[in-house]
Write a protein that binds this ligand. Sequence first.
Ligand code: KIV
Length: 271
Amino acid sequence: MSVHKEVKRVTVHVVQAMKMRDEKISMLTAYDYSMAKILDAAGIDVLLVGDSASNVMAGHETTLPITLDQMIYHASSVVRGVKRALIVVDLPFGTYQGNSKKALNSAIRIMKESGAHAVKLEGGKEIEDSIKRILSAGVPVMGHLGLTPQSIYKFGTYTVRAKEEEEAKNLIKDAKHLEKLGCFALVLEKIPAALAKKVSESINIPTIGIGGGADTDGQVLVTHDLLGITKDFHPRFLRRYLELFDLIKDSVEQYIKDVKSGDFPNKNEQY
Ligand code: KIV
């Protein structure tokens, strides 16, 4: 008999059923084993190994530089820390656009080498061949519309998307198209709350918002923003639950003082 309690895993079907019964979906980013373990223990539904690792973990200005090998490294570290959450991994810039065979190879590498459960791609109709091919291999795909950071040099800024009617109409069309192709869920980033509500009501797959108001089927934040590790990022949609940068800094300052003064280690902290 196993001494371990069975943990019921969150699957793409579980997430879809949550929308059907009006239960909100919680999603956060994770890039490493230790943090993933904490977030999973807290009961998070979905963990996204986001290409925001490029900013948060590596200090790049955009998400563009991160490579497939680096994403696989982050994803496999997260997988080792998680017992319950569904793990979705971003396909990084340049590994799926304009070449569906390359897209499939990238998705397969992520699934095989990390053990994650699904991939996320940014874009609508323009990447449909890549989405179709990945889905045909049995890999679940999460879509991502609105502000898509891999296209930052096309947009020029990180401001709210789809405020104009034309772009809003195209976004709704793309959302319906992604649902029809077979995506299991859809991230809506930084779009007006009224539009996010309309999209969420127009499709049967769950929408996960970041800066899209309260009426999406779930919410996602970058964990380092929520915990206040990243200090200089203050978008309106961000709620900080902790000021971890300051807490860590204070603790390390105290440690330095203790080392310098000879207070650490004391008699009980040695052999
Ligand atoms: O990479 C990321 O963290 C994301 C979320 C902001 C949705 O794509």
